[in-house]
Design a binder for this molecule. Structure first.
Ligand code: NAD
Length: 259
C-alpha cells in the first residue's frame, strides 16, 4: 500500500482526492493536513503541518496554495518523500522550490490532472502542426467564482504548447483584449481569456481561426474526481520513480490509467 499524506485535505480538491482514495485498495491515507480553521469540527487524525507526519517513503499529494506548496516541496526533499503537486499560480520563487525538490525526490506536477486535458494538449499540438501558421489561436477558460488565480494554469500550459508548436515570433500570450480601440489582432499572438462565475469546475476551449472557417477544441471537467483520479495515477508513479520533475503525461506513459 502506498502511504499518502494529503495536504489541503479540507479543500474542494482535497475532498475529491479523499473520495478517489476511498475507492482504491492501493493507497493508505496516513494523514490529512489543513489549516485549523478549515478542518472539520472534532476531526481526528488531522494535522496543521505536514512536518508533524511526513516520513521517508510517503507520497504527499497537495492541492492547497502556492506558499504551502513551496514549503511542502522543501519538506519532501528533506524527508525523502515523493510529491504530487497540483496547486497553480506559483510565483518564480515557489516554482523554484518545486524544481529544487525534484533534484532529490520524485515530483509530478501539473496544472491539470485530468486525462481529457492531457489528450487535449496532444490534439492541439497535432492540429497546429497540420494547419497553416497564420491561423489564430484564442484560449477561453471558465472557472468557479472562488478560483484564486487567473488565467488558469491549464490555459497557460495550452498557450505555451501553442507557442512552441507555432515555432515563430509573436507567440506570447495576450491576456484579455483590453477595452476601446485596441486595434487589429497582432499576427501570432495567443489570446487568453478568463471567465469566472458560479460553480464551473473547469472548462477550456481552444479556438483555431482561419479565413472563413474555425475549429474549436474543448474540454469540460464536470467533477473534480477527474483531477483526483489523475493525481492517484501520479502518486502511484511517484512511489516508484527516481528523483526528477515529471508530468502527468510521464505517469500515464509509464503505467497507463484504469478507471
Ligand atoms: P480550496 O481553496 O477549496 O482548497 C485549498 C485547501 O488548502 C484549503 O482547505 C486550505 O485551507 C488549504 N491550505 C491552504 N494553505 C494551507 C497550508 N499552509 N497548509 C495546509 N493546508 C492549506 O482550493 P481547491 O479548489 O481545492 O484548489 C486548490 C489548488 O489546486 C488551486 O491552486 C487550484 O487552482 C488547484 N487545482 C489544480 C487542479 C489540477 O488538476 N492540477 C485541479 C483543480 C484545482
Amino acid at each position: 500500500m502506498i502511504p499518502i499524506v494529503l495536504v489541503g485535505a479540507a479543500g474542494r480538491m482535497g475532498r475529491a482526492v479523499e473520495q478517489a482514495l476511498a475507492a482504491s485498495s492501493e493507497f493508505v491515507l496516513q494523514a490529512r493536513v489543513d489549516r485549523a480553521a478549515n478542518q472539520p469540527a472534532g476531526a481526528v487524525g488531522w494535522v496543521v503541518d505536514a512536518a508533524e507526519v511526513l516520513r521517508a517513503g510517503d507520497v504527499a499529494v497537495e492541492f492547497s496554495d502556492p506558499a504551502a506548496c513551496a514549503a511542502l516541496a522543501r519538506l519532501c526533499a528533506e524527508r525523502g518523500a515523493g510529491l504530487v503537486s497540483g496547486t497553480t499560480g506559483l510565483d518564480a520563487g515557489q516554482d523554484e522550490a518545486v524544481r529544487s525538490a525534484a533534484r532529490s525526490v520524485a515530483v509530478v506536477r501539473g496544472a491539470n490532472f485530468s486525462l481529457g486535458v492531457a489528450v487535449l494538449r496532444r490534439v492541439l499540438r497535432t492540429a497546429l502542426a497540420a494547419l497553416p501558421s497564420g491561423w489564430d489561436v484564442e484560449i477561453i477558460e471558465r472557472h468557479h467564482r472562488l478560483k484564486a488565480d487567473s488565467p488558469s494554469g491549464t490555459a497557460l500550459a495550452l498557450a505555451a504548447d501553442a507557442a512552441a508548436q507555432h515555432g515563430r515570433e509573436g507567440g506570447a500570450p495576450r491576456f484579455g483584449r483590453g477595452q476601446g480601440r485596441t486595434g487589429p489582432r497582432a499576427a501570432g499572438e495567443i489570446g487568453v481569456h478568463s471567465v469566472r462565475g458560479g460553480s464551473w469546475v473547469g472548462d477550456h476551449t481552444v479556438l483555431l481561426a482561419g479565413e472563413g472557417e474555425w475549429l474549436e477544441l474543448r474540454h469540460v471537467a464536470q467533477d473534480r474526481l477527474a483531477f483526483a483520479l489523475g493525481a492517484l495515477v501520479a502518486a502511484r508513479f511517484v512511489a516508484g520513480a527516481a528523483p526528477g520533475l515529471y508530468s502527468l503525461e510521464d505517469a500515464l506513459a509509464a503505467g497507463g490509467r484504469s478507471q
